[in-house]
Design a protein around this ligand. Sequence first.
Ligand SMILES: Cc1ncc(COP(=O)(O)O)c(C=O)c1O
Length: 314
Amino acid sequence: MSIPKTEKIWCNGKFISWDDAKIHVLSHVVSYGSAVFEGVRCYETANGSAVFRLTEHMQRLINSAHIYRMDVPFSVEELCQAVLDLVRANKLNACYIRPIVLRGYEDVGVDPRTCPVDVYLACWPWGKYLGAEAMSEGVDVCVSSWNRPAPNTLPQMAKAAANYMNSQLIKMEAKTNGYAEGIALDVNGHVSEGSGENIFVVTNGTVITPPLANSSLPGITRNTIMTLCRDFGIPVAEQVIPREMLYIADEVFLCGTAAEITPLRSVDRIKVGAGGRGPITERIQEEFFAIITGKKPDRHGWLSPVGVPSGAVR
Ligand SMILES: Cc1ncc(COP(=O)(O)O)c(C=O)c1O
């Protein structure tokens, strides 16, 4: 899938054209993976386009940079405003937004601190990450032979580019073997997360997700789901999940900005529950989609209106 080009990319406070958003091959990020990034979605709601949990995404971006001693010369508020300006400038209703903070071109040594920190924001139209049918039918996944990085290796609370070398191994292995996605275990063999999604299991009416200490990203969709469960009065817990619980749980689903809420049909070819989307997954999914499309009130203040002029493209 090639990215559908849009007109503008925001670079260090200015709009540049899509084709001009280039870096030198000897930029620090190319050799050493020294970038942090975000994935954010803008939805078309009944009341105009709106970016989902923008402040939380920009705060996580700043947190990721902070872990890697990168000084981002923009505040969370400035970045939020820049994202809204970018979506408006590209006249998009619904899109995916990719903020990137990277170490640029200056020095080729491992110590990155003399290299400039450059901030880019790009956006483009993007559909369902795991396929449109996945939302209702569920997908088939495997447990990966690759583990998530151990604590004190690559910090998993940072959404850093380098972490995604591990994600790529998980994803490529899964797809090569005919699965839609791979679930990684942590260094101790406990369930961690998918290559680009957090994971939840539903067992005896309780919704459970691994704690962050199991090498999982502090996902914003994960937090959204936990909040919706509390709203519904559904018991929800962060709890260590042994691998085999994936096989005997009543329901399992993946979640993330790209994957949204995707049920699992099977894990390692073992049927999950009845082998499709379970009732609790469906209830959470329905509420999530009702809020992001504006069909239900945005009671948690999760949507930032873009104010796209009429005649915008999708
Ligand atoms: C490894 C990983 N885990 C979890 C997630 C889900 O995070 P979020 O819901 O904030 O998109 C993502 C996606 O960003 C991810 O790449």
